[in-house]
Design a protein around this ligand. Structure first.
Ligand code: SF4
Length: 424
């Protein structure tokens, strides 16, 4: 990593919002990238809308090109130690990758074949997309979301359009998410399951209304009916799994850092099923083999020093492949992601001072300012360049949401949100 001096000269007015509009983010488990801000779908259950500074952009169905080329995106990736360590790249984190296909496909072609890329879309594939994705790429996984029609969720598009459009593609490159599943989603969910080719990997996604108060009265699909769908999928020969490591990382011969989440599942039937997938997986030895703890501890100390983090006590092993690491400085989930991939063994690291994640009731985007400063100084993340892109995007948004070209209307309330940072 190349040390630099942090440039504090930023537009004050925007500073607290900038990371939310970075085209590249280092988040829990991924490097996420997007070539556009906003989305034209306005799904009622969209989690991207949970962030107050983006809500209106998504509600209006607006899409802003962030002026970043595929080549520039790749040069940022290649400047990041996380990319070199093998952190999975995720396209379409804040929007739908299908809305940024042109630049994304160029990036996929240029990216190093040893880096796993996940492409997230719910949009039926167009002819050019099918043409591009019918080439089998070992490092590419399409995570396709088929949402059953539902009055209560205001979903009117037929999910079968997506299912049919993906028929020409190699199913090894596909992982299906069926959901979110509301009480009135059952019929379409059955049709999707029955239409996918046997052996498809899929996840039945329950409805999650957290942070979406307008959905508070929507009834989720009952556990019993989700269990029926699961049985049906298994009978059709599908792989029903919450994890897509087998379809993504394992295809480029890497292990899964969060394997303890699979082995520690409480539901014995589900655990047994997931472990049977592990047994059949080519990365089984990497995920379930013996851990070389002394060399892991040595590598951990070196990586922490590179990050500028100081160990405050000896790392504590919390599971077969999990460690809690106490450090003095504020840290980030993005740094955990880096460590999970840089230590040459499949392990999960938790840093005691990292920001809270969504599952802990914390803010969705709250990386500490000191962390960003350290990332810049360490050459760990191209903070200043990303700030510049985000400033342009925010200016565009301000212009769009300005009444008669003068006073800001919608986004004015967001300027008082001070605790936002990189999506965690
Ligand atoms: S062995 Fe299991 S945990 Fe590891 S990549 Fe394969 S399915 Fe995932």
């Amino acid at each position: 990593m190349v040390r630099r001096t942090y440039d504090k000269q930023r537009a004050e007015e925007y500073e607290h919002l900038l990371p939310e509009f970075y085209p590249v983010k280092l988040i829990g488990a991924f490097i996420s990238l997007d070539f556009v801000s906003g989305c034209s779908f306005n799904c009622s259950f969209c989690i991207s809308k949970r962030h107050p500074s983006r809500e209106e952009l998504y509600q209006e169905g607006l899409l802003l090109d962030n002026r970043v080329s595929s080549g520039k995106m790749l040069s940022w990736l290649r400047s990041m130690p996380s990319y070199h360590a093998g952190v999975q790249v995720r396209i379409g984190h804040d929007t739908d990758a299908g809305l940024e296909f042109e630049k994304s496909s160029k990036l996929i072609e240029m990216a190093d074949p040893g880096r796993s890329i996940v492409y997230l879309t719910r949009k039926p594939l167009t002819a050019p997309e099918v043409e591009f994705f019918r080439t089998y790429r070992r490092n590419l996984l399409l995570k396709l979301t088929a949402t059953p029609r539902s009055k209560s969720l205001n979903v009117t598009r037929n999910p079968m359009n997506l299912v049919r459009s993906a028929e020409p593609l190699d199913s090894r490159m596909l992982y299906w998410v069926l959901g979110p599943l509301a009480a009135d989603s059952y019929g379409d969910a059955v049709e999707i399951i029955e239409s996918l080719p046997a052996g498809s990997s899929l996840f039945l996604k329950p409805l999650n209304c957290e942070g979406l108060p307008h959905l508070a009265n929507v009834k989720p699909l009952s556990r019993e009916l989700i269990a029926h769908l699961e049985d049906l999928a298994l009978k059709r020969g599908h792989v029903v799994t919450e994890w897509f490591c087998r379809s993504g990382l394992a295809r480029i011969d890497r292990g899964f850092f969060d394997v303890d989440k699979i082995t520690a599942q409480k539901d014995p039937a589900k655990r047994e099923r997931e472990l049977s997938y592990c047994t059949a997986c080519s990365s089984n030895g990497l995920c379930h083999g013996e851990l070389d703890e002394p060399s892991l501890r040595q590598a951990l100390v070196m990586s922490l020093a590179e990050l500028g983090l100081t160990l405050s006590k000896e790392p504590h092993r919390t599971g077969p492949r999990s460690f809690e690491v106490a450090v003095d400085e504020p840290a980030s989930r993005g740094e955990e992601t880096y460590l999970n991939n840089s230590l040459s063994q499949a392990v999960s690291i938790t840093l005691t001072t990292r920001e809270k994640g969504r599952s802990q009731g914390g803010s969705f985007c709250n990386v500490d300012r000191e962390v960003l400063k350290r990332w810049y100084e360490n050459g760990f993340f191209p903070v200043t360049e990303l700030n510049t892109v985000a400033e342009y995007v925010l200016r565009d948004i301000r212009r769009l949401f300005t009444s008669n070209g003068s006073s800001p209307v919608h986004l004015s309330r967001c300027s008082i949100v001070k605790d936002q940072g990189i999506c965690a």
